[in-house]
Design a binder for this molecule. Structure first.
Ligand code: HEC
Length: 108
């Protein structure tokens, strides 16, 4: 074993722990609010069931091949020159992360 591999394992462990921590940071109340927002606000453009409208479908099948980072920055910063608005300021990065996970799992 190379001397550095121990540190690698620790790093992976920390990253995993951090990831879980980030997801856990969204309180149950806030999670309910985010689900509501997804239907009401995002749904006004992406469709109530997120199958598409003015904006593209956000169903699991449609987004599972897109990088999470792209979805994250799209939601946080919007897409200039398109109707997709930025949600930075309204939602924290942790909350947007949580939303992206929800979309990835198709749990909507
Ligand atoms: C005013 C209309 C509108 C609202 C509200 C809106 N979107 Fe969008 N959204 C769009 C449009 C239009 C696009 C496509 C932009 C483009 O042409 O690249 C888009 C793109 C996206 C994408 C990228 C999809 C892809 O296939 O690349 C994601 C993810 C997304 N929206 C999520 C959300 C979420 C989550 C919300 C609510 C928090 C939301 N949107 C609210 C109109 C909207």
């Amino acid at each position: 074993m190379k001397p550095s591999s121990g540190a690698g394992v620790v790093l992976i462990f920390l990253l995993l722990a951090f990831n879980v921590q980030v997801l856990a940071e969204v309180s149950p109340d806030r999670q309910a609010a985010l689900r509501h927002l997804l239907k009401q606000d995002c749904g006004s453009c992406h469709g109530m069931t997120l199958k598409g409208g003015l904006g593209p479908a956000l169903t699991k099948n449609e987004i599972m091949h897109k990088p999470k980072q792209l979805l994250l920055t799209t939601i946080l910063d919007g897409r200039r020159g398109t109707p997709m608005p930025p949600f930075r300021g309204l939602l924290t990065e942790e909350e947007v992360n949580w939303l992206v996970e929800l979309l990835y799992q198709g749990d909507i």
